[in-house]
Design a protein around this ligand. Structure first.
Ligand code: TXA
Ligand code: MG
Length: 331
């Protein structure tokens, strides 16, 4: 199949709609990462998404809708605090998990009785979702376990030949996937950290837990159990206290003839030669926005990325650290 990258306009949107109606997948931009979208109501369309990504069939998908979409057609909205969260953060990088009405294909939630719904704020995503006016099931538009795409080119590199159309909305400004938050219980529970932090949610609802799977327990968000977001090159992760060890490792790998690059926040860069650094930046927003872009760049130029955890660990940085740790995980 021939894969085209097109800017978002009335012609490309009409083409996207035609492809979706024929059961194909179309990639589209959001403020977090690019999504690989298909008609959430159709088994064949949803199955195709799993096939294209090589995604395990027990890892459910998020349904994306435009801001005026009738939520009550998809889910039971049982908790008053969920409306407060929508008012505070949507459209935006917060996915809410509700009790499902069963209006979409069972394959979307892998048989769970819940449904994850997201209303992205990216103008191009809103245009696309409005134009097609259907619930769009969409995981990140990458091969399963690889780094999530933050540009149309990243999608093309992973998925060319497997889908007909990539809608190009430029570089994603958020940079890491949405926060996934369960709103079925008495108070909200964050299942995946992201740009809307648990602290921000608690400010609205008074209380918010962050789910940490205990070993042996059936995971509530199945995607949590997989190695993820990983570059194709080797990685070595050091804590923020291990700057000296990271430096020694850098020198010893370099001595052995490997191309080594260091990924770290700006304030730690000084210890390393300028031409071998991947600069995450200073603020939490910058670090979230730069992480995947730099991992994509790094895997093309490095044999090994030596990564150093940023010092700040809470708020949005919990999401950044979660992605960095999984990107550098052994398996
Ligand atoms: O920012 C994002 O969320 C991006 C863009 C494209 O919207 N999408 C994304 O999708 O990251 P994906 O498939 O890569 O991650 C979806 C996450 C997984 O961790 C999955 O387990 C969880 O959402 N999830 C989906 N449905 C769920 C449900 N019913 N209950 C619990 N977790 C769910
Ligand atoms: Mg993903």
């Amino acid at each position: 199949m021939f894969t085209q990258i097109k800017q978002i306009n009335q012609d490309s949107l009409a083409e996207a709609k035609r492809w979706l109606e024929s059961g194909e997948s179309v990639a589209f931009p959001t403020e977090t990462v690019y999504g690989l979208g298909g008609d959430a109501r159709r088994d064949d369309s949803v199955r195709k998404i799993y096939e294209i990504k090589g995604r395990p069939s027990d890892n459910p998908l998020i349904v994306h809708v435009h801001k005026d979409f009738d939520l009550s057609s998809l889910v039971y909205d049982e908790r008053p605090y969920a409306a407060e969260l929508r008012k505070a953060f949507l459209p935006g990088p917060l996915t809410l998990v509700y009790k499902s009405r069963g209006a979409v294909s069972n394959l979307v939630s892998c048989g769970l009785d819940t449904l994850a719904v997201r209303v992205p704020s990216h103008a191009g995503a809103q245009e696309f979702l409005k134009f097609v006016d259907m619930p769009i099931a969409a995981p990140s538009a990458n091969i399963s376990k690889h780094i999530s795409p933050v540009s149309a080119e990243h999608v093309y590199e992973d998925l060319k030949g497997k889908l007909p159309l990539i809608l190009d909305g430029g570089r994603c400004t958020g940079g890491i996937e949405s926060t996934v938050c369960d709103v079925t219980g008495e108070y909200p529970v964050v299942l995946r950290t992201g740009l809307v932090s648990a602290e921000m949610i608690a400010q609205v609802t008074g209380k918010c837990d962050v789910y940490i799977p205990k070993s042996g327990e059936r995971v509530r968000s199945p995607g949590m159990k997989y190695k993820h977001y990983a570059p194709k090159c080797r990685t070595r992760l050091f804590s923020s206290e291990q700057l000296n060890e990271a430096h020694e490792e850098f020198l010893s790998l370099q001595k052995s003839g490997l191309r080594v690059f260091v990924l770290c926040e700006e304030s730690e860069l000084g210890a390393f030669p300028e031409e071998y650094v991947l600069n995450l930046g200073n603020t939490e927003k910058e670090m979230a926005a730069n992480l995947y872009e730099l991992l994509h760049k790094g895997e093309k130029i490095a044999d090994v990325i030596v990564a150093i955890e940023p010092k700040k660990k809470d708020g949005v940085m919990a999401g950044v650290l979660n992605r960095l740790t999984k990107a550098c995980a052994e398996e």
